[in-house]
Design a protein around this ligand. Structure first.
Ligand code: ATP
Length: 242
């Protein structure tokens, strides 16, 4: 995993992707490259965030252009691609009367992960997301931050190479967001995966990111390292109010 991290070959590349709904163009000529690391995607309201996430998770396909995983079209890879994808949706459904361990076992069964393999991984994941002590407590009493950690653990059950988090910080206190981002960074370091943090708030998008993209009106407005983006005049004016 270490070698892969260093060589940083593109894992996912979005190449000149346009998506239209009838006559309306939601995304136009978007190109994005993701190597191992944490990426912040800033997509303010109406920028085309949902459309982009749906394409990255194969719920929608580009009108023009292509999305490649290690050089192969994700549409052609199909289930193979979905098998290496972890996705935390904005609202994730859970059963309040389940404990995290029960819920993860259930999610693993749905993914046809053999029970013995799943149990070991679930123990490890619960520790990773900081729920070791709450693993056997019913989720109905959980805070938003604890539920979000359960969601991330579910998204990581299949040992993803690409983890897409849709506004993971929504409604969470900053210190809890920091904890969750720390989990993402650890996975990047240990497993060399790509984490995409899609946020509507620039500070949240760049907090843990190595690199980032700013998407405005369906186009890539800016890209760069987190430091470059934070220092960018347009970003300062439009998003940071300075
Ligand atoms: P979010 O609301 O999650 O922040 P978003 O508004 O940034 O997402 P999308 O939901 O992708 O992004 O929408 C981008 C644009 O495309 C919006 O103007 C939306 O009205 C339009 N749009 C989205 N889906 C459709 C559709 N099925 N048919 C027509 N227009 C659509």
């Amino acid at each position: 995993a270490g070698a892969r991290w260093k060589e940083a070959s593109p894992m996912l590349s979005v190449e000149h992707v346009t998506k239209t709904y009838g006559k309306f163009t939601a995304l136009e000529d978007i190109s994005l490259t993701f190597t191992p690391g944490v990426y912040g995607l800033l997509a303010p309201n109406g920028a085309g965030k949902t459309t982009l996430i749906k394409m990255l998770t194969t719920l929608l396909f580009p009108t023009k252009g292509q999305i490649l995983w290690e050089g192969e079209d994700i549409r052609a890879l199909g289930a193979e691609y979905r098998g290496l994808l972890g996705y935390l949706p904005q609202q994730f459904g859970y059963y309040p009367s389940y404990t995290p361990r029960q819920f993860l076992r259930y999610a693993a069964a749905l993914q046809c992960i053999p029970k013995r393999e799943a149990d070991g991984r679930i123990d490890h994941l619960l520790e990773t997301v900081g729920l070791g002590d709450a693993a056997d407590k019913k989720m109905k009493k959980f805070s938003g931050g604890m539920l979000q950690r359960v969601g991330i653990a579910v998204a990581m059950l299949n040992d993803p190479k690409l983890l897409i988090l849709d506004e993971p910080s929504l409604g969470l206190a900053p210190n809890i967001v920091d904890d969750i981002l720390e989990v993402a960074k650890t996975m990047v370091k240990n497993d060399g995966i790509s984490v995409l943090l899609v946020e509507q708030d620039i500070t949240k998008a760049l907090a843990a990111a190595d690199r980032g993209y700013v998407i405005e009106n369906g186009r890539v407005a800016l890209e760069g390292t987190a430091a470059e983006l934070s220092a960018n005049e347009h970003v300062k004016k439009a998003y940071l109010g300075i």
